[in-house]
Design a protein around this ligand. Structure first.
Ligand SMILES: *Cc1c(COP(=O)(O)O)cnc(C)c1O
Length: 365
């Protein structure tokens, strides 16, 4: 079937899956993004034909012509979300429909075909079903799902490709923080920006990460964990980290995050935190925060907490900020009360330990 919003997936089980003993050894300490499951999803697209050949098959290398368009002009987008094991032995995902919708928006910006959200969500279900044994059983483990799509047409002309490959791979991951949540130190990049108005900052495309890596390397060189980017026009306003959104918590308990103005990635964690903070009685505001105010408010004590957020780490407190002319601490460098409370609320919903009044949790198995 092709062209419609529903595709039938052909299931081709891996004839040589990893043994149960080897899998158990891998799951004991999977780290992040190093261990992969036995299967993958592939769905092809061609202009005039639509989406076709939806499959779940053995995970393995994909043959690629050296003239495949993605290798030259970087038409590529991706998503990231997690599947969790629940206490009752079931499996859930957190807001896969939101990832599906964002995948469509990313595709539009990159002049790529739109994958029907129903096919996106169905592809995740199919992969989780066949690889369910790969979901870590521990309290903090999960199966990280990585859907992505790229231009596979063999052609060197510069125009939107007319053939694409959509895929999903899955990677069991352990606790992001081993030994408790540790605040990170961020580097305010003086030289690099991440996204300009009219650019691709709001699209989840590999190219955004490629351009962030030199800045990230600069952050590491400066003894920091992560880079934080300022806006590209005035170089004044805080935008986000290389792969996480940012929140500020003030002494009146108000919570502030920079507005989505096209240069910031619309994080699903960001949106969930805004909702949870509002329900917990915080005033929640989307407004720009200048680096100068960040520094001044940290010095005066008005600013109590700053944290970064995203699917991988949920909430990461920011304890210290460094820049070429100096550095300052936030909340004495310790994780803040509001940050940790919001983190716990969100994790409990994701893990099925708390009620889910917003209908964010989707049952898979
Ligand atoms: C994916 C991503 C985020 C976080 O999005 P979530 O949906 O919360 O995982 C934030 N910033 C960038 C640049 C991202 O790519």
């Amino acid at each position: 079937m092709s062209g419609g919003d529903k595709l039938d997936f052909e299931i081709r089980p891996n004839p040589a899956p990893v043994s149960a003993a080897d899998r158990a050894a891998l799951l004991a300490n999977p780290g992040f993004g190093r261990v992969f499951t036995d299967h993958m999803v592939t769905v092809r697209y061609a202009d005039g034909k639509g989406w076709y050949d939806a499959r779940v098959e053995a995970r393995g290398p994909i043959p690629m012509d050296p003239a495949s368009a993605v290798l030259h002009y970087a038409q590529e987008i991706f998503e990231g979300l997690k599947a969790y094991r629940t206490a009752d032995g079931g499996v859930t995902m957190f807001r896969p429909d939101a990832n599906a919708a964002r995948f469509v928006e990313s595709a539009q910006r990159m002049a790529m075909p739109e994958l029907p959200p129903e096919v996106f969500v169905d592809s995740l279900h199919k992969l989780i079903e066949i690889d369910r044994e790969w979901i870590p059983t521990g309290e903090d483990g999960s199966l990280y799902l990585r859907p992505f799509m790229f231009a596979s047409e063999v052609f060197l002309g510069v125009r939107p490709a007319n053939e694409y490959l959509y895929m999903v791979i899955a990677s069991p991951v352990g606790a992001y923080f081993t030994g408790g949540v540790k605040p990170v130190t961020v580097w305010v990049s003086p030289d690099y920006t991440r996204a300009a108005p009219g650019g691709t900052g709001a699209a989840k495309c590999g190219g955004n990460y490629a351009t962030s890596l030199a800045a990230q390397a600069e952050a590491i060189e400066a003894g920091c964990d992560q880079v934080v980017f300022l806006d590209a026009v005035e170089r004044r306003f805080v935008e986000e980290l290389g792969g996480m959104n940012v929140f500020f918590v003030y002494d009146d308990d108000s919570v502030v995050t920079p507005p989505l103005n096209g240069t910031i990635l619309p994080g699903i964690t960001r949106e969930a935190i805004m909702t949870l903070a509002g329900k917990a009685g915080h005033s929640v505001e989307e407004r720009s925060v200048s680096f100068a105010d960040w520094q001044a408010d940290a010095a005066s004590g008005r600013l109590r907490e700053v944290f970064a957020c995203g699917t991988a780490a949920v909430i990461t407190p920011i304890g210290q900020v460094k820049f070429p002319d100096g550095e300052f601490l936030i909340g004495g460098g310790e994780p803040g009360r509001v940050s940790m409370s919001l983190r716990q609320q969100l994790v409990d919903i994701q893990r099925g330990k708390a009620a889910d009044p917003h209908g964010w949790v989707r049952k898979v198995l």
